[in-house]
Design a protein around this ligand. Structure first.
Ligand code: ADP
Ligand code: ADP
Ligand code: ZN
Length: 210
């Protein structure tokens, strides 16, 4: 089962991708997580990616495409994968196609911009393990502390209000065209992302089957 998640920043792609990965036993591959791990480790890639991420811009394809294509060749992807945050442009979608990755589903988690802003303002990420919470919709057991690893929860730099507006614009300009692209391919499925997390997940499971 080869799946990609589409949707605006903050639509709930990562939340759902983790649940799908658990249920179906396939790896969850998030380009944002990979970049953030590199930033934390202080790698050259992390240093370069951060310049773009902090401005709410996309990291250039030269730094992104090979990273993903190589990752998908690893053995754990043989039975499928769930890609979260890639492709984000038509050229990335073409690169995936040229790498002979035939996708089964492109799931669009549809959330209007008005709801996105409050989702991102309330998002908190763990500095230790990267787990994601929401102060209202998915609160940790103890405020500011990760349930999984006990480390501190922070607001991502790029989730600050100014950067969110920029990221939404980048989404509409560069990523939203993928909805029509995958509609053409015939694998687009849209779910109403304004529902609570469990209902969104149930809708996705119905699409994927079993
Ligand atoms: P969100 O889940 O809120 O949409 P991500 O964690 O997916 O955010 O991405 C954070 C940032 O990482 C993006 O704003 C962008 O700068 C960079 N990024 C992630 N994936 C890609 C990609 N496929 N192409 C270019 N930049 C990317
Ligand atoms: P994305 O990966 O698309 O950027 P996330 O999965 O990180 O989005 O979700 C963004 C924020 O919204 C997080 O704080 C998450 O806990 C919260 N969230 C995710 N899905 C829902 C939902 N269905 N209802 C309310 N809040 C949600
Ligand atoms: Zn943690």
């Amino acid at each position: 089962m080869k799946i990609i998640m589409l949707g605006a920043p903050g639509a709930g792609k990562g939340t759902q991708a983790k649940m799908i990965a658990n249920k179906y036993g396939i790896p969850h591959i998030s380009t944002g997580d990979i970049f953030r791990a590199n930033i934390k480790e202080g790698t050259e890639l992390g240093r370069k990616a951060k310049e773009y991420m902090d401005q709410g811009l996309l990291v250039p394809d030269e730094l992104t495409v090979d990273l993903v294509v190589d990752r998908l060749q690893k053995e754990d992807c043989a039975n499928g994968f769930i890609l979260d945050g890639f492709p984000r442009t038509i050229s990335q979608a073409e690169a995936l196609k040229n790498a002979n990755q035939t996708l089964d589903f492109a799931i669009d988690v549809d959330v209007p911009d008005e709801s996105i802003v409050s989702r991102m303002a309330g998002r908190r990420a763990c500095v230790g393990c990267g787990a994601t919470y929401h102060i209202k919709y998915n609160a940790p057991k103890t405020e500011g502390v990760c349930d999984v690893c006990g480390k501190e929860l922070i607001l991502r730099d790029d989730d600050k209000a100014e950067t969110v507006q920029k990221r939404l614009k980048v989404y509409h300009d560069q990523t939203q065209p993928l909805i029509d692209y995958y509609k053409e391919v015939g694998i687009l499925r849209t779910v109403d992302g304004t529902q609570n997390m469990d209902d969104v997940f149930a809708a996705i499971v119905t699409i994927l089957g079993a």
